[in-house]
Design a protein around this ligand. Structure first.
Ligand SMILES: [Zn+2]
Length: 92
């Protein structure tokens, strides 16, 4: 499944950018809200990584994954964990 393909949790119908499922009519607002929050947290995590705040980056990336799990989000978690473990110099 593509990372950009979102599926309705009730009927598994694909949807994109809609607050109501086009097939079953389920309210997708809570799901869209969680996905938006996860996106915001990943942006914050990337910013924290760039500033050398690895523990914060790792926490934010993990929080995002709990809201909306993605492959790229998992990669971000791994990068933050590695950066924290080896204490990468953010100036490099
Ligand atoms: Zn549906």
């Amino acid at each position: 499944m593509s990372e950009t393909t979102c599926r309705c949790p009730a009927c598994q119908s694909p949807f994109q950018g809609k607050t109501t499922c086009p097939d079953c009519g389920a309210d997708l607002t809570p799901l869209m809200t969680a996905m938006g929050r996860a996106f915001y947290l990943r942006c914050q995590a990337r910013q924290a990584l760039g500033q050398g705040h690895y523990q914060t980056a790792r926490r934010l990336a993990a929080q995002a994954q709990r809201l909306h799990r993605t492959f790229r989000g998992e990669s971000l978690c791994s990068v933050a964990a590695i950066a924290q473990a080896v204490n990468v110099d953010p100036g490099l």
